[in-house]
Write a protein that binds this ligand. Structure first.
Ligand code: UD1
Ligand code: UDP
Length: 363
């Protein structure tokens, strides 16, 4: 079995790391990095810490308008597929790199497989929603992290090739939590104590690309009862500077560089709570037992809200303030995202091809 895996952005490195390890034990993997994330702290550090092999191909497509960036990835990826003739094209998540892979794969004789299939925000203004819906519809194999994701696919008429595998990020965090507790010195470096700070991340275009929305989020975070550690994504740094908000942000928050995975997991594990608009961070907070405020009006990870670990506060400063101050007790957590063996299940399913019968309720 020859699998070509496409990655390009930070969360995809985390997801692919656990699958890639298993894939290379079972067969041949050709890893392609599109280049969507290229800064050392958004890319290289993940390859080093997570022991991801050097990509066989690096497409070198960096930041651009979404249309041009996706188009350049498509143009660069097609010859790689032509040259390597993989059996499977394996895609992760919902970025422009994912969509480029889906388009190339759907036009060639290769099985397209999507990890993290079936997630829906029902917010068509999010570029990620467009990417994930189109990718699911172009995929022959859909690996869904949760039962709700399977139901979302069914609602859109996608039933063949759908497998509830659990979530690969759960596999990843089970390993990283212990490693980060042993190895990371980030709490000492930042001089913060466990449960005595709030962690915050913001990078979603809907939050960063509008001055008033970004200001409202700052207003809410600035009133936190604890210091706020803010690893800033380059998109957010750019907008804060452009809108004249940089001095205020660095004055009121502990703004730091984007962190490597182990330091970030340590921060998330130790934080009193987290405020974020990241998809991955919402889930990881749930896995680590850290209460989460989601700086969005909706989430794809509905289970985290249903069991009380996650609250949707949008960009409303009053809701953010209240969320940061109120005490609340989540329900004891069920395990809606599998049992930490998603990568094994995915690799086994890839080996079986399209005609495998899986139990409807694997967990
Ligand atoms: C992308 C994904 C988003 C994902 C996020 C993970 C899309 C549409 N968006 O958003 O789903 O949650 O990655 O972090 O695919 N930049 C740098 N250095 C880099 C990369 C980006 O400075 O290495 C800056 C550039 O100014 C760029 C901006 O960040 O224009 C945005 O980068 P881009 O890859 O377009 O989107 P993200 O916001 O990173
Ligand atoms: N992450 C990290 N360092 C940071 C911020 C995030 O290692 O400074 C990790 C985080 O643990 C998660 C992934 O990056 O595994 C989430 O990426 P991001 O928030 O950029 O994207 P999203 O999940 O929203 O697509």
């Amino acid at each position: 079995m020859r699998v070509c895996s496409i990655v390009g952005a930070r969360p995809q490195f985390v997801k692919a790391a656990v699958v890639s390890r298993k894939l290379r034990e079972a067969g041949e993997e050709i890893l392609v990095h599109t280049g969507q994330h290229y800064d050392e702290e958004l890319s290289d550090v993940f390859f080093e810490e997570l022991d991801i092999p050097e990509p066989e191909y690096h497409l070198g497509v960096e930041s651009d308008t979404h249309g041009r960036q996706t188009a350049m990835m498509i143009a660069a990826l097609e010859p790689v597929i032509e040259e390597t003739q993989p059996d499977v094209l394996l895609l992760y998540g919902d970025t422009n790199s994912t969509l480029a892979g889906a388009i190339v794969g759907s036009k060639r004789d290769v099985t397209v497989a999507h990890v993290e299939a079936g997630l829906r925000s029902d917010n068509w203004a999010m570029p990620e929603e467009v990417n994930r819906v189109l990718t699911d519809h172009a995929s022959e194999l859909c690996f869904a992290p949760s039962e709700a994701a399977v139901a979302n696919l069914e609602n859109e008429g996608i039933t063949a090739g759908v497998h509830w595998t659990g979530d690969v990020m759960y596999d990843a965090i089970l390993d990283a939590r212990e490693r980060s507790r042993r190895r990371s010195t980030i709490l000492d470096d930042l001089e913060v104590n466990e449960n005595e700070f709030v962690l915050a991340t913001v990078h979603r275009a809907g939050n960063t690309d509008d001055r008033s929305t970004l200001t409202r989020i700052l207003d809410g975070l600035a009133d936190a009862p604890l210091p706020v550690v803010f690893p800033a994504h380059p998109r957010t740094v750019g907008r804060l500077r452009e809108y004249g908000l940089w001095a205020r942000a660095t004055d009121e928050l502990e703004v730091i560089e984007p962190q490597g995975y182990l330091d970030f997991v340590r921060l998330l594990d130790a934080a009193e709570r987290v405020a974020t608009d990241s998809g991955g961070v919402q889930k990881e907070a749930f896995f680590l037992g850290t209460r989460c405020l989601t700086l969005r009006a909706e989430t794809e990870w509905v289970e985290t809200v249903d069991c009380g670990w996650n609250r949707l506060v949008g960009a409303d400063p009053d809701a953010i303030r209240a969320g940061l101050r109120e005490d609340w007790t989540p329900e004891s957590s069920p395990h809606p995202y599998g049992d930490g063996t998603a990568a094994d299940r995915i690799v086994r399913l890839l080996q079986c091809g399209l005609d495998v019968d899986e139990p409807e309720r694997p967990f």
